[in-house]
Design a protein around this ligand. Sequence first.
Ligand code: UD1
Ligand code: CA
Length: 474
Amino acid sequence: MSGKNIKSVLLAAGKGTRMKSKYPKVLHEILGKTLIERVLTAINFIKQEDIYVILGHKAESVKEFLKNNNYENINCLLQEPQLGTGHAVFQVFNDFINFDGTVIILCGDTPLLRNETIDLFLEKHIASGSDLSILSAELENPANYGRIIRGMEGTVIKIVEEKDASQAERKIKEINSGVYCIEWQKIAPAFLELNTSNSQGEYYLTDIVEWATNKELIVNAHNIALEDEIFGINSKYELAVATKKLSKNKIMQLLSQGVNIVDIENTFISPETIIENDCTIMPGCYIAGDNYIKADSVIGPNVFITGNVEIGKNNTVTMSKLSNVKTGDDVTIGPFANLRDNVIIGNKVRIGNFVEVKKSTIGNNTNAAHLSYIGDAELGCEVNIGAGTITANYDSLLKLKSKTILKDNVKIGSNSVLVAPVTLNENSFVAAGSVITKEVPEASLAIARQKQTNIEGWVDKKLKQKEDKALSKK
Ligand code: UD1
Ligand code: CA
């Protein structure tokens, strides 16, 4: 789309009453990304400086969210009160007063829109020399969408909202997706003439279509959107349906690419997740956000991945939760492991059952096979963490977290506590049941527990006492 002057307006001020939520509609998530992020992805070829998001209901929280999620250069405009979609676009009027180019208008609640479709739509808008283009779709069930009314020879006359439509108009299957391209200087005057004489008493954006046809401007509806992608989210039910649709499309793509997915119905995978061939995804996995899973890995059953996870080749991850984790090749995780907040794991590592790892690095060939907490730690290569080992990384009085460093080839006996900050040097050993508070030198054994004493004849002595007591009672 080079050479063209393009800006975009994204409508996101509505209350989303039907969501029945304390959160703004556009901050609801589908597979790890909010609705607004998903729509923004569809227009990622437009510079942030040229995108105008119209906010209203809970504007501050949406603005804050955008700022904290790499959208700090987007323009946020406040629509207060919210008098309809036409009134929403009107908010850019002053900013665009000297703008001579194309404006793409989208709604914040259509998260399945694809980049390719917006691209093609813009291409068709330009190629047809239109002043106003509508992205439309044919739906088997067009209920609740605005209908495209065409006249003789198929030219677009207007859009009628379902609530204002006649019986005959409701039978029309071509619907308005809520995405438009307009030549701003030609269409802008329409926004000064919108009125609220309709069943909802709102300024309808859709009324700019009839205004333009009356002015004999060039108006076209491009029926190129897939049924799925124009799907608008107005309720929690529709959010669930959209989640399923998005995941299913991804699963179909992965299957045809050569990934084994055992159960199509009970697997959720975000569109952003890359999975290499010959991986197997077992039932019950929920994989959200941006992830990369390399070849021959087996994920699941029941693995919950929340994003920023990179899994190396030939890993096995079973019944576990992973968030912000990177693993090398030939790693085994789970069952029932919890890896989170920046965990970096080398090759041939084993993280076993009931092991939690937080913000730590783990070297090649290291094992923590059972019942451990490893937090704020650096583990070298060939380290062995005995069952039940805990890094005591948190000072709850000073609210301070400290580091535990285990150099190469350190072996920790079962049920030990490593009180941070502490360093265990190369080739050192810790005896089972120790509480380690001081640095352990290279190649030495640290024992920090009560020395064992054996009391010989203790059982016989006790039994004798019991007998004597019984006799004296008679
Ligand atoms: C709208 C269209 C309809 C189309 C459908 C596609 C109108 C009048 N109707 O209907 O033709 O088929 O989208 O999904 O435009 N918003 C604001 N400010 C407001 C009102 C709404 O920013 O004052 C935003 C909402 O946050 C939402 C978008 O505009 O993101 C669409 O509003 P919504 O009320 O959902 O419109 P629909 O009834 O779905
Ligand atoms: Ca809607």
